[in-house]
Write a protein that binds this ligand. Structure first.
Ligand SMILES: [Zn+2]
Length: 323
């Protein structure tokens, strides 16, 4: 059977095409894609490549859909189930996997990066990666589970606790979800975002007020934001490196004496674990984290070019694509 998809053949170029839908292996399931989320990483992946990208590739790491075929060894998942796909496939035996950080598995394969993703009518995924969508949760909300999971990983690494103050640089989709997730954990988020339109969904400031935070998370790929955030940490504060920087901006000068005397921590955060997907779906299902107002555009997959331009020029908030 042939399916419509978007395929990246070389960096900077993608095409709408048809490819053969392969049969699932014993431990795989075939998902009929209901909706995929578009994010800034997809733009980066298509335009300039990514550390984890292997070509040719069908991108798309935020997927919700219906199981339509199961491999011979699959148990507990049935045809017709509405599921969210945790985008990782992990080895289950390396030290990262056994320590509960399978996002850092040495054999990690990410859907849309190492293996084909959801910018297609169907996607074949390992059965262990699927998580049932809670009853009553709309697919358009459930698809936020992926970006929200990455925020939950970041806040977990930050050691977030009730009552903490959290400075968040950037109020795009990730920054907005970080703010809402922090609020759902009874912490006090403060967003810093120079773009007034972007601040529309959450209260925030164009630049950081004169105060310090228990946690600073940088959700914008800006060296200046990192330099400012590290100065805004309280003693014992943690800076979370959530957004990557362009290679030209990768090296920052920081005061190790500041870290030493104020007992501060810098921690990286990349991706998410399976358990964050389960948590994210819970938060979305209970409406502890609301997302409907974040959906700025709904587009057919065939309009990917236009959708990418919206992301590039930061004209939308969250853009959802339908095959
Ligand atoms: Zn592993």
């Amino acid at each position: 059977m042939q399916m419509k998809c978007v395929q990246v053949l070389e960096i900077g170029k993608f095409q709408l095409t048809k490819v053969a839908l392969r049969k699932p292996l014993d431990h795989e399931v075939v998902i009929k894609v209901s909706v995929t989320g578009l994010c800034r990483t997809d733009l980066k992946l298509i335009r300039v490549g990514h550390r984890d990208l292997v070509l040719p590739r069908i991108p798309g790491e935020e997927v919700v859909g219906t199981v339509c075929e199961t491999g011979s060894a699959v148990a507990g998942i049935q045809t017709g189930d509405l599921v969210y796909v945790y985008p990782g496939s992990w080895c289950e035996s390396c030290s990262a996997c056994t320590n509960g950080s399978e996002n850092l598995c040495r054999e990690m394969e990410i859907m849309g990066f190492h293996r084909d993703g959801g910018f297609a009518e169907y996607v074949v995924v390992p059965s262990k990666s699927v998580i049932p969508v809670p009853m009553g949760l709309d697919p358009d909300k459930a698809v936020f589970a992926e970006p929200l999971s990455c925020c939950l990983n970041a806040l977990e690494l930050a050691g977030i606790r009730e009552g903490m103050t959290v400075g968040i640089w950037g109020a795009g989709p990730a920054g907005t979800l970080l703010s809402r997730a922090a609020a759902a954990m009874d912490a006090h988020p403060v967003s810093i975002e120079p773009d007034q339109r972007r601040r529309g969904l959450i209260k925030g400031y164009a630049s950081s007020p004169d105060r310090r935070y228990d946690i600073c998370v940088v959700a914008v790929g800006s060296k200046q934001a990192y330099q400012e955030a590290i100065q805004k940490l309280k003693p014992r504060g943690r800076l979370v490196v959530f957004s990557g920087l362009s290679p030209a901006d990768d090296l920052l000068e920081i005061s190790f004496n500041q870290l030493h005397y104020l007992e501060q921590t810098i921690v990286g955060a990349y991706g998410c674990c399976y358990r964050h997907g389960v948590q994210a779906l819970d938060l979305l299902s209970s409406n502890a984290v609301s997302v409907v107002d974040m959906i700025s555009h709904r587009k057919p997959l065939a309009d990917l070019k236009t959708a990418l331009e919206l992301v590039e020029h930061r004209k939308g908030m969250k853009i959802l694509l339908y095959p």
